[in-house]
Design a protein around this ligand. Sequence first.
Ligand SMILES: [Fe+2]
Ligand SMILES: [Fe+2]
Length: 332
Amino acid sequence: MYTQAIDLAPGASPARPEAASGRDAAFEAAIAQDRKVEAQDWMPEGYRKTLVRQISQHAHSEVVGMLPEGNWVTRAPSLKRKAILLAKIQDEGGHGLYLYAAAETLGVARDDLIDGLLTGRAKYSSIFNYPAPSWADMGAIGWLVDGAAIMNQIPLCRCSYGPYARAMIRICKEESFHQRQGFDIMLSLARGTPAQKAMAQASLNRWWWPVVMMFGPSDKDSIHSAQTMVWGIKRISNDDLRQKFIDATVPQAELLGLSIPDPDLKWNAQRGHYDYGAIDWDEFWRVVNGDGPCNRERLGDRVRAHEKGAWVREAAMAHAAKQAARSQQRAA
Ligand SMILES: [Fe+2]
Ligand SMILES: [Fe+2]
Protein backbone atom coordinates (compact mmCIF):
# COMPACT_ATOMS: atom_id res chain seq x y z
CA MET A 1 0.00 0.00 0.00
CA TYR A 2 -0.32 2.42 1.24
CA THR A 3 -0.62 6.13 1.28
CA GLN A 4 -3.10 7.31 3.81
CA ALA A 5 -3.08 11.07 3.60
CA ILE A 6 -1.77 10.97 7.15
CA ASP A 7 0.02 14.23 6.53
CA LEU A 8 -3.37 15.76 7.16
CA ALA A 9 -2.90 16.27 10.87
CA PRO A 10 -5.41 18.68 12.35
CA GLY A 11 -3.92 22.14 12.65
CA ALA A 12 -1.26 21.54 10.00
CA SER A 13 -1.02 24.49 7.65
CA PRO A 14 -1.80 23.74 4.02
CA ALA A 15 0.99 24.03 1.49
CA ARG A 16 0.63 27.18 -0.57
CA PRO A 17 1.59 27.77 -4.16
CA GLU A 18 4.45 30.20 -4.57
CA ALA A 19 4.32 33.59 -6.21
CA ALA A 20 3.85 33.60 -9.97
CA SER A 21 7.05 33.68 -12.04
CA GLY A 22 8.23 32.38 -15.41
CA ARG A 23 9.14 29.08 -13.85
CA ASP A 24 5.77 28.91 -12.11
CA ALA A 25 4.08 29.46 -15.47
CA ALA A 26 5.88 26.46 -17.01
CA PHE A 27 4.93 24.32 -14.02
CA GLU A 28 1.32 25.51 -14.01
CA ALA A 29 1.08 24.84 -17.76
CA ALA A 30 2.35 21.28 -17.26
CA ILE A 31 -0.26 20.70 -14.55
CA ALA A 32 -3.06 22.31 -16.58
CA GLN A 33 -2.21 20.23 -19.67
CA ASP A 34 -1.85 17.04 -17.61
CA ARG A 35 1.79 16.62 -18.61
CA LYS A 36 4.20 14.92 -16.21
CA VAL A 37 6.53 16.98 -14.07
CA GLU A 38 9.98 15.35 -14.09
CA ALA A 39 12.82 15.40 -11.56
CA GLN A 40 14.87 17.96 -13.52
CA ASP A 41 11.93 20.39 -13.97
CA TRP A 42 11.45 23.40 -11.74
CA MET A 43 8.66 22.87 -9.22
CA PRO A 44 7.27 24.88 -6.30
CA GLU A 45 8.86 24.03 -2.98
CA GLY A 46 5.44 23.12 -1.54
CA TYR A 47 4.87 20.61 -4.35
CA ARG A 48 8.30 19.05 -3.80
CA LYS A 49 7.85 18.83 -0.04
CA THR A 50 4.36 17.36 -0.35
CA LEU A 51 5.68 14.67 -2.69
CA VAL A 52 8.67 13.88 -0.47
CA ARG A 53 6.34 13.44 2.48
CA GLN A 54 3.77 11.39 0.60
CA ILE A 55 6.21 9.15 -1.30
CA SER A 56 8.39 8.51 1.76
CA GLN A 57 5.35 7.71 3.93
CA HIS A 58 4.25 5.37 1.21
CA ALA A 59 7.70 3.71 1.12
CA HIS A 60 7.76 3.36 4.93
CA SER A 61 4.28 1.79 4.80
CA GLU A 62 5.42 -0.82 2.28
CA VAL A 63 8.39 -1.76 4.45
CA VAL A 64 6.53 -1.80 7.79
CA GLY A 65 3.72 -3.66 6.00
CA MET A 66 6.04 -6.65 5.60
CA LEU A 67 6.06 -7.22 9.38
CA PRO A 68 2.55 -8.57 10.16
CA GLU A 69 2.81 -11.04 7.27
CA GLY A 70 6.46 -11.94 7.84
CA ASN A 71 5.32 -13.30 11.16
CA TRP A 72 3.27 -15.98 9.36
CA VAL A 73 5.80 -17.31 6.83
CA THR A 74 6.89 -20.18 9.09
CA ARG A 75 3.28 -21.04 9.96
CA ALA A 76 1.66 -20.98 6.52
CA PRO A 77 -0.60 -24.06 6.21
CA SER A 78 0.98 -25.46 3.01
CA LEU A 79 4.05 -25.12 0.81
CA LYS A 80 1.92 -23.37 -1.84
CA ARG A 81 0.60 -20.81 0.65
CA LYS A 82 4.09 -20.25 2.00
CA ALA A 83 5.53 -19.64 -1.48
CA ILE A 84 2.72 -17.19 -2.31
CA LEU A 85 3.09 -15.34 0.99
CA LEU A 86 6.87 -15.08 0.58
CA ALA A 87 6.46 -13.70 -2.95
CA LYS A 88 3.93 -11.16 -1.71
CA ILE A 89 6.15 -9.98 1.13
CA GLN A 90 9.11 -9.66 -1.23
CA ASP A 91 6.94 -7.57 -3.56
CA GLU A 92 6.23 -5.19 -0.67
CA GLY A 93 9.96 -4.83 -0.01
CA GLY A 94 10.42 -4.04 -3.71
CA HIS A 95 7.64 -1.43 -3.55
CA GLY A 96 9.47 0.23 -0.67
CA LEU A 97 12.68 0.34 -2.71
CA TYR A 98 11.03 1.79 -5.85
CA LEU A 99 9.39 4.43 -3.74
CA TYR A 100 12.54 5.42 -1.82
CA ALA A 101 14.22 5.76 -5.22
CA ALA A 102 11.31 7.92 -6.49
CA ALA A 103 11.61 10.14 -3.38
CA GLU A 104 15.38 10.47 -3.92
CA THR A 105 14.73 12.07 -7.33
CA LEU A 106 13.33 15.02 -5.35
CA GLY A 107 16.73 15.72 -3.78
CA VAL A 108 16.41 13.95 -0.45
CA ALA A 109 18.79 11.33 0.93
CA ARG A 110 17.49 7.83 1.60
CA ASP A 111 19.37 7.76 4.92
CA ASP A 112 17.40 10.80 6.09
CA LEU A 113 14.10 9.24 5.08
CA ILE A 114 14.89 6.00 6.88
CA ASP A 115 16.08 7.95 9.91
CA GLY A 116 12.66 9.66 9.92
CA LEU A 117 10.94 6.28 10.09
CA LEU A 118 13.21 4.81 12.74
CA THR A 119 13.02 7.83 15.04
CA GLY A 120 9.23 8.09 14.72
CA ARG A 121 9.45 11.47 12.95
CA ALA A 122 7.79 10.10 9.82
CA LYS A 123 4.45 8.35 9.61
CA TYR A 124 3.42 5.15 7.91
CA SER A 125 -0.02 3.70 7.31
CA SER A 126 -1.79 3.10 10.63
CA ILE A 127 -3.19 -0.21 9.36
CA PHE A 128 0.11 -1.97 10.13
CA ASN A 129 -0.21 -1.15 13.80
CA TYR A 130 -2.91 -3.79 14.16
CA PRO A 131 -2.03 -7.39 15.10
CA ALA A 132 -2.39 -10.44 12.85
CA PRO A 133 -3.07 -13.25 15.34
CA SER A 134 -4.58 -15.85 12.96
CA TRP A 135 -3.86 -17.32 9.53
CA ALA A 136 -7.15 -15.80 8.34
CA ASP A 137 -5.50 -12.40 8.84
CA MET A 138 -3.21 -13.23 5.90
CA GLY A 139 -6.42 -13.53 3.88
CA ALA A 140 -8.02 -10.40 5.31
CA ILE A 141 -4.87 -8.32 4.83
CA GLY A 142 -4.55 -9.32 1.17
CA TRP A 143 -8.24 -9.01 0.41
CA LEU A 144 -8.94 -5.81 2.33
CA VAL A 145 -5.66 -3.96 2.98
CA ASP A 146 -4.20 -4.60 -0.46
CA GLY A 147 -7.69 -4.10 -1.90
CA ALA A 148 -7.88 -0.67 -0.28
CA ALA A 149 -4.33 0.02 -1.45
CA ILE A 150 -5.35 -0.63 -5.05
CA MET A 151 -8.28 1.82 -4.78
CA ASN A 152 -5.89 4.42 -3.45
CA GLN A 153 -3.03 3.70 -5.82
CA ILE A 154 -4.71 3.31 -9.22
CA PRO A 155 -5.33 7.09 -9.38
CA LEU A 156 -1.69 7.65 -8.36
CA CYS A 157 -0.63 6.07 -11.68
CA ARG A 158 -1.90 9.40 -13.12
CA CYS A 159 -0.06 11.50 -10.52
CA SER A 160 1.53 14.62 -12.04
CA TYR A 161 5.01 13.66 -10.80
CA GLY A 162 6.48 11.29 -13.40
CA PRO A 163 8.78 9.10 -11.26
CA TYR A 164 5.98 8.46 -8.70
CA ALA A 165 3.36 7.76 -11.37
CA ARG A 166 5.63 5.31 -13.20
CA ALA A 167 6.54 3.46 -9.99
CA MET A 168 2.83 3.09 -9.23
CA ILE A 169 2.06 1.35 -12.52
CA ARG A 170 4.15 -1.71 -11.67
CA ILE A 171 3.20 -1.58 -7.99
CA CYS A 172 -0.51 -1.66 -8.84
CA LYS A 173 -0.06 -4.79 -10.96
CA GLU A 174 1.56 -6.51 -8.01
CA GLU A 175 -1.06 -5.24 -5.56
CA SER A 176 -3.71 -6.84 -7.71
CA PHE A 177 -2.01 -10.24 -7.21
CA HIS A 178 -1.85 -9.51 -3.46
CA GLN A 179 -5.56 -8.81 -3.32
CA ARG A 180 -6.39 -11.98 -5.26
CA GLN A 181 -4.22 -14.21 -3.07
CA GLY A 182 -5.87 -12.76 0.06
CA PHE A 183 -9.36 -13.30 -1.33
CA ASP A 184 -8.37 -16.87 -2.24
CA ILE A 185 -7.32 -17.55 1.36
CA MET A 186 -10.65 -16.13 2.60
CA LEU A 187 -12.57 -18.22 0.05
CA SER A 188 -10.84 -21.43 1.17
CA LEU A 189 -11.59 -20.67 4.81
CA ALA A 190 -15.17 -19.57 4.14
CA ARG A 191 -15.82 -22.83 2.28
CA GLY A 192 -13.97 -24.89 4.89
CA THR A 193 -15.06 -26.24 8.25
CA PRO A 194 -17.32 -24.17 10.53
CA ALA A 195 -14.24 -23.38 12.63
CA GLN A 196 -12.36 -22.10 9.56
CA LYS A 197 -15.32 -19.99 8.48
CA ALA A 198 -15.56 -18.56 12.01
CA MET A 199 -11.84 -17.71 11.84
CA ALA A 200 -12.41 -15.84 8.56
CA GLN A 201 -15.38 -13.96 10.06
CA ALA A 202 -13.40 -13.02 13.18
CA SER A 203 -10.62 -11.67 11.00
CA LEU A 204 -13.05 -9.61 8.89
CA ASN A 205 -14.53 -8.26 12.13
CA ARG A 206 -11.09 -7.14 13.30
CA TRP A 207 -9.86 -5.62 10.03
CA TRP A 208 -12.96 -3.96 8.59
CA TRP A 209 -12.96 -0.65 10.45
CA PRO A 210 -9.17 -0.12 10.43
CA VAL A 211 -9.28 -0.69 6.65
CA VAL A 212 -12.14 1.79 6.19
CA MET A 213 -9.96 4.30 8.09
CA MET A 214 -7.00 3.65 5.76
CA PHE A 215 -8.38 6.21 3.30
CA GLY A 216 -7.58 8.95 5.78
CA PRO A 217 -9.68 11.68 7.39
CA SER A 218 -13.02 12.68 6.01
CA ASP A 219 -12.86 15.26 3.19
CA LYS A 220 -14.14 18.05 5.43
CA ASP A 221 -11.09 17.51 7.71
CA SER A 222 -8.52 17.04 4.95
CA ILE A 223 -6.70 20.33 4.91
CA HIS A 224 -4.11 19.40 2.29
CA SER A 225 -6.44 17.64 -0.09
CA ALA A 226 -7.58 20.65 -2.10
CA GLN A 227 -3.99 21.68 -2.90
CA THR A 228 -2.82 18.16 -3.72
CA MET A 229 -5.83 17.80 -6.06
CA VAL A 230 -4.97 21.10 -7.79
CA TRP A 231 -1.39 19.85 -8.24
CA GLY A 232 -2.58 16.59 -9.74
CA ILE A 233 -0.92 14.52 -7.00
CA LYS A 234 -4.21 13.30 -5.63
CA ARG A 235 -7.01 12.62 -8.11
CA ILE A 236 -9.89 11.32 -5.99
CA SER A 237 -10.84 12.51 -2.50
CA ASN A 238 -10.51 10.33 0.64
CA ASP A 239 -14.28 9.94 1.05
CA ASP A 240 -14.83 9.10 -2.62
CA LEU A 241 -12.11 6.43 -2.49
CA ARG A 242 -13.59 5.03 0.73
CA GLN A 243 -17.02 4.83 -0.89
CA LYS A 244 -15.59 3.10 -3.98
CA PHE A 245 -13.86 0.56 -1.76
CA ILE A 246 -16.99 -0.18 0.29
CA ASP A 247 -19.15 -0.47 -2.83
CA ALA A 248 -16.69 -2.94 -4.37
CA THR A 249 -16.12 -4.99 -1.21
CA VAL A 250 -19.69 -5.60 0.01
CA PRO A 251 -20.54 -7.99 -2.89
CA GLN A 252 -17.23 -9.80 -2.31
CA ALA A 253 -18.13 -10.38 1.36
CA GLU A 254 -21.54 -11.65 0.22
CA LEU A 255 -19.85 -14.10 -2.14
CA LEU A 256 -17.73 -15.33 0.77
CA GLY A 257 -20.85 -15.68 2.92
CA LEU A 258 -19.28 -13.40 5.56
CA SER A 259 -20.95 -10.41 7.17
CA ILE A 260 -19.39 -6.98 7.40
CA PRO A 261 -19.43 -5.74 11.01
CA ASP A 262 -21.45 -2.58 10.35
CA PRO A 263 -25.15 -2.63 11.29
CA ASP A 264 -25.68 0.63 9.38
CA LEU A 265 -24.35 -0.76 6.11
CA LYS A 266 -27.14 -0.74 3.52
CA TRP A 267 -27.67 -0.06 -0.17
CA ASN A 268 -28.94 3.42 -0.89
CA ALA A 269 -30.72 3.20 -4.26
CA GLN A 270 -31.06 6.96 -4.47
CA ARG A 271 -27.31 7.57 -4.14
CA GLY A 272 -26.36 4.39 -5.98
CA HIS A 273 -23.92 3.60 -3.15
CA TYR A 274 -23.81 1.78 0.16
CA ASP A 275 -24.43 3.88 3.25
CA TYR A 276 -22.14 2.98 6.14
CA GLY A 277 -21.86 3.61 9.87
CA ALA A 278 -19.87 6.27 11.74
CA ILE A 279 -16.08 5.91 11.77
CA ASP A 280 -14.30 6.09 15.13
CA TRP A 281 -11.91 8.94 14.31
CA ASP A 282 -10.58 8.99 17.87
CA GLU A 283 -9.21 5.52 17.29
CA PHE A 284 -7.76 6.61 13.93
CA TRP A 285 -5.84 9.53 15.43
CA ARG A 286 -4.74 7.50 18.44
CA VAL A 287 -3.16 4.89 16.17
CA VAL A 288 -1.69 7.46 13.75
CA ASN A 289 -0.14 9.29 16.69
CA GLY A 290 1.64 6.21 18.02
CA ASP A 291 -0.76 4.56 20.45
CA GLY A 292 -2.18 1.68 18.43
CA PRO A 293 -2.00 -1.98 19.47
CA CYS A 294 1.36 -2.63 17.76
CA ASN A 295 3.03 0.76 17.10
CA ARG A 296 5.91 0.16 19.50
CA GLU A 297 6.42 -3.43 18.39
CA ARG A 298 6.52 -2.52 14.69
CA LEU A 299 8.95 0.34 15.15
CA GLY A 300 11.10 -1.75 17.49
CA ASP A 301 11.27 -4.51 14.87
CA ARG A 302 12.32 -2.04 12.17
CA VAL A 303 15.01 -0.49 14.40
CA ARG A 304 16.40 -3.95 15.22
CA ALA A 305 16.37 -4.99 11.55
CA HIS A 306 18.20 -1.79 10.62
CA GLU A 307 20.84 -2.35 13.30
CA LYS A 308 21.31 -5.99 12.28
CA GLY A 309 21.81 -4.88 8.66
CA ALA A 310 24.57 -2.38 9.52
CA TRP A 311 27.32 -4.81 8.43
CA VAL A 312 25.68 -5.22 5.01
CA ARG A 313 25.59 -1.47 4.46
CA GLU A 314 29.21 -1.12 5.63
CA ALA A 315 30.36 -3.97 3.37
CA ALA A 316 28.50 -2.48 0.38
CA MET A 317 30.07 0.95 1.00
CA ALA A 318 33.56 -0.59 1.37
CA HIS A 319 33.05 -2.53 -1.87
CA ALA A 320 31.85 0.60 -3.70
CA ALA A 321 34.86 2.60 -2.42
CA LYS A 322 37.24 -0.15 -3.59
CA GLN A 323 35.60 -0.26 -7.02
CA ALA A 324 35.78 3.54 -7.31
CA ALA A 325 39.48 3.53 -6.32
CA ARG A 326 40.19 0.82 -8.92
CA SER A 327 38.47 2.66 -11.72
CA GLN A 328 40.33 5.85 -10.75
CA GLN A 329 43.63 3.95 -10.91
CA ARG A 330 42.72 2.57 -14.32
CA ALA A 331 41.84 6.05 -15.57
CA ALA A 332 45.13 7.54 -14.28
FE1 LIG B 1 2.77 -2.84 -1.79
FE1 LIG C 1 0.55 -5.32 -1.39
